[in-house]
Design a protein around this ligand. Structure first.
Ligand SMILES: Nc1ncnc2c1ncn2[C@@H]1O[C@H](COP(=O)(O)OP(=O)(O)OP(=O)(O)O)[C@@H](O)[C@H]1O
Ligand SMILES: [Mg+2]
Length: 452
């Protein structure tokens, strides 16, 4: 074998080792140690490198901030007592810049209280000096798990969001206006209150706002405040610690935490209990929540979109809804009109739902005769778009080929007839409660006039 050949083999071998090394280094979790004490930095580095972590050091808070801006880390180990910038201040700054990055505080004997405080403010955990080897490694591993869980969650959310395209159908002038409002407000951080009757598309509007916002890589978490019993709503929103009530067998994050950096959609907010309203108000004011039965404050960064079919002004007057919360939430108000006020959208909606439903049922698209579509513009549609969708589904399932006026008349029995005099009166009321109040009022007036 010639010398040149041996040399080439050696070079190939050397490159493969280097590549392997690079590969390992690239994939090794990266830890930033921030401590002004060189001895502590060196000890931690030795331990962590032995455990196959990639380690970098920062000598103080400023150095830490520079490094965090330039590179990405999986965990930061941060000393509490440092010159120039105190560890607690550094933690606040790190969390503001990289909210998902777990920070483990290192504390001396003299600052255990501060360490506990730091955990309340959002540090992942703390370890005492001199570090106990086992405790250090377990804490780092747990912090790594959290970090990778967050990464997995982000990848998952990206996948889900990529699939979903929220489409708001309708070109009536009012819908055009709503679409252009969404375009303007979505990229902002403004809180939005969506108002409209049942089935008008409030949730769809909320999803569209989230999708068009800068938070669309993060989750949109929905809470139906009407569907959750009032004694459970607080735990649903803010989470709970194990044992905080009889059925709390495990600690659980609430919707606020799950929506961190994303959007929280508080649906049917008009049905939220007053005590939950007070807590939501506090969470919005302070951007912090505390789990039920817990004492740790958790920083949350959520954009709130709320929806209701109630007239919240009237609910405020009745003492059912907090005015201060209303003003916090209703920065932008979007009113979604009823379908009977935009019947010109019906042909487009029919086509949209027909295409969608046929695809779902895997059947060829069924055509609607123009007169059948005109027939569908006659009812009052008190259940709005949801009701229209159900009717289209029924027509597609039950009719043979293309859909005729006769089919519509035959199968659309559940749909209300065109508006009559009494309908016009009923239209004035959004809820049964309002109608009952009106009837009571009429009776009172009558009784009064009979008495005279
Ligand atoms: N403009 C629209 N274009 C396409 N589909 C729509 C439109 N508006 C509503 N929908 C569809 O109609 C159904 C009802 O809409 P949505 O759930 O958003 O209404 P909602 O106002 O939240 O109803 P509820 O008050 O009952 O909660 C959904 O399937 C939604 O996708
Ligand atoms: Mg809804």
């Amino acid at each position: 074998m010639s010398n040149v050949y041996i040399l080439r083999l050696f070079v190939i071998y050397w490159h493969s080792i280097c590549d392997l090394d690079n590969y390992k280094i690239k994939d090794m979790p990266k830890i930033l140690i921030v401590d002004d004490d060189k001895g502590i930095r060196q000890t931690l580095r030795d331990i962590l490198e032995f455990e196959k972590y990639k380690v970098e050091e920062a000598v103080d808070g400023l150095d830490c901030m520079v490094k965090i801006k330039q590179a990405s880390y999986d965990v930061v180990i941060l000393d509490i007592k440092m010159p120039k910038m105190d560890g607690m201040d550094v933690m606040d700054k790190v969390r503001a810049l990289r909210p998902d990055l777990p920070v483990v505080m290192i504390s001396g004997h003299g600052n255990i209280d501060t360490a506990v405080e730091s955990v309340k403010k959002g540090a992942f955990d703390f370890i005492q000096k001199p570090p106990d080897l086992n405790r250090l490694l377990i804490t780092i591993r747990n912090a790594m798990d959290k970090s990778s869980l967050i990464t997995d969650k982000k990848v998952l959310i990206k996948k889900i969001n990529r699939k979903e395209v929220v489409e708001i159908v309708g070109d009536s002038s009012v819908m055009k206006e709503i679409k252009s409002t969404i375009e303007v407000i979505a990229p902002t951080e403004a809180r939005v209150m969506i108002h409209g009757e049942n089935g008008t598309g409030k949730e769809l509007v909320a999803r569209k706002i989230h999708q068009e916002s800068g938070r669309n890589e993060q989750p949109l978490i929905e809470v139906n405040c009407a569907a959750i019993p009032s004694e459970l709503i607080e735990s649903e929103l803010f989470g709970h610690e194990k044992g905080s009530f009889t059925s709390a067998h495990k600690s659980r994050a609430g919707k606020f935490e799950l929506a961190h950096e994303g959007t929280l959609f508080l649906d049917e907010i008009g049905d939220m209990s007053l005590s939950a309203q007070a807590k939501v108000l506090r969470a919005l004011q302070e951007n912090r929540i505390t789990r039920v039965g817990g004492d740790k404050e958790i920083l949350v960064n959520v954009r709130i979109i709320a929806a209701t079919n109630k007239d919240l002004r009237k609910e405020i007057a009745k003492g059912n809804f907090r005015e201060d919360l209303y003003h916090r939430l209703a920065v932008i108000i979007v009113h979604v009109p009823s379908l009977r006020d935009r019947k010109e959208d019906i042909p487009q909606l029919v086509q949209h739902f027909a295409d969608k439903i046929c695809k779902e049922y895997n059947v060829p698209v069924k055509a609607f005769e123009p007169r059948a579509i005109k027939e569908l513009q006659k009812p009052n549609w008190s259940g709005n778009i949801r009701e229209l969708r159900n009717v289209i589904e029924r027509l597609i399932i039950l009719s043979k080929d293309s859909i005729t006026t006769k089919d519509v008349k035959n199968f659309v029995s559940g749909v209300q007839p065109p508006s009559t005099g009494i309908d016009k009166v009923l239209d004035k009321f959004d809820t049964l409660e309002q109608l009952q109040e009106y009837i009571a009022e009429v009776y009172k007036t009558r009784e009064h006039s009979y008495a005279r």
